[in-house]
Design a protein around this ligand. Sequence first.
Ligand code: ITT
Length: 201
Amino acid sequence: MSAPFKVIFATRNEHKLREVRAIFTQTPILPVSMAEAGIDLDVVEDGATFHDNAVKKCVAIAAAADRPVMSDDSGLEIDFLDKGPGVYSARFLGESTPYDIKNAEILKILRDVPWQQRTARYVCVIAFARPGEKPVTTRGTLEGFIAWEARGSGGFGYDPVFFLPEYNRTVAEIPPEAKNRISHRAVALSLMKEKLLEINV
Ligand code: ITT
């Protein structure tokens, strides 16, 4: 894999795309946005798992674009909420509700829950497919705790309430380079990079 290999990264989330581009710098893989590829297709994420949704997105968009596509489905699993919001992370309290409200609600629900029961993880499944071919997938996780209060302005989504004991900080308080080294998305993407090299894209 020496010449640049352009892959449509099927997301409408600008933050995700920025992270993915940062993670693939210094590699021959060039993630391009759906807009750059001229694709405007909404895929309904109605799967029961991150895996199902990631596969559904990448297969549908690879067929529509007739080009290789990578997709991400990710979210936050809170053990106290039976691994919710999970695949509903983007839809929790409504898709267009601002994250300061979603995060405040999570802090409220967990207000009296002791530290040991505040365990949570980010999960990311990355899927890659060429048109008409069976997709390959990889998975990454990042373990942490739901914080006592929202802190920090970096990252996106649930980052201000997702606390990493190793850093004594929330994900929104650590530099983007640190997040992009350890995140669920970084882990899944780096496994995907190895798989793509193996299958010689
Ligand atoms: P696309 O489907 O277009 O990719 P989306 O934002 O709707 O964009 P998902 O369906 O995968 O993406 O939902 C993932 C949600 O999980 C996301 O909106 C955040 O709420 C949360 N999430 C995932 N990764 C995160 C991260 O690194 N930091 C904070 N929150 C994250």
